[in-house]
Design a protein around this ligand. Structure first.
Ligand SMILES: CC(C)(COP(=O)(O)OP(=O)(O)OC[C@H]1O[C@@H](n2cnc3c(N)ncnc32)[C@H](O)[C@@H]1OP(=O)(O)O)[C@@H](O)C(=O)NCCC(=O)NCCS
Length: 201
């Protein structure tokens, strides 16, 4: 029997943002969904030990509208400790000679493998680039024969992301709440980022 609904709200203090995070997993390798893009239109390029300026710029271009900020708020040494770790793979999605998407796969807790970041720039949303990137991510992840592949998405991410992951075959297994200082109030992202999420000061 479900308990009674709590008749109260949890206040998020002014100057902060909140999100519900859904954690998903895939425990067996599934057939990939069909790629929508023409052969040669997109490519994946691994960037070993990525230069921080390049990494932050690509992360910002992909994630700014979805208030991705964790990697932008990190000190250089902390970011290098992750992105230069041999068990972390950073890939760029190449399209027409430019880096237009980011994929980060984390093998540090093998046999669990986490797709830590996956996204394309706003101009490529809904055009098959996301599916291309996901298919390549799964090929890389399952290529190491892990026990499971995990991914998470939060309510600040693109509204299609959760359904996209479920269609891919990921199964939700837990949910958490994230509350953080609004990165737009600390110079980490511009105040104009993610206008659909109001700033409350
Ligand atoms: C999550 C994300 C990668 C999904 O990508 P997307 O752009 O919606 O994905 P696509 O355009 O590749 O595919 C979405 C659907 O559109 C349709 N579609 C896209 N291109 C198509 C085409 N050329 N022909 C037919 N159908 C097409 C398909 O139905 C497809 O779903 P399917 O592959 O399951 O069949 C993307 O929203 C994104 O990068 N968001 C920003 C970052 C983010 O929020 N990341 C998630 C948290 S880590």
């Amino acid at each position: 029997m479900p308990g009674p609904l709590k008749d109260e709200f949890t206040l998020v203090p002014p100057g902060q943002i909140s999100a519900v995070v859904t954690h998903l997993e895939m425990r067996t390798q599934l057939p990939l969904r069909r790629d929508h893009v023409k052969q040669g239109e997109y490519a994946l390029r691994r960037q070993p030990a990525p230069e921080l300026g390049w990494y932050r710029e690509l992360y910002r271009r992909v994630g700014q509208d979805w208030l991705w900020f964790s990697r932008l708020a990190m000190a250089d040494a902390a970011l290098i400790a992750i992105t230069h770790d041999e068990a972390v793979e950073v890939h760029a999605l190449r399209h027409r000679g430019r880096d237009e998407g980011i994929l980060e796969i984390d093998f540090r807790r093998f046999p669990d493998v986490e797709i830590a970041f996956l996204g394309v720039v706003p101009s490529l949303l809904g055009k098959g680039a996301g599916r291309y990137l996901m298919n390549r991510a799964l090929e890389i992840a399952w290529g190491r024969t892990p026990k499971r592949v995990t991914i998470h998405t939060c309510t600040l991410d693109h509204p299609r992301a959760l359904e996209f992951y479920r269609k891919t075959g990921f199964v939700p297994y837990s949910r958490s709440v994230e509350i953080a200082d609004d990165p737009r109030l600390h110079g980490i992202l511009p105040r104009t980022a993610a206008p659909h999420v109001p700033i409350i000061e």
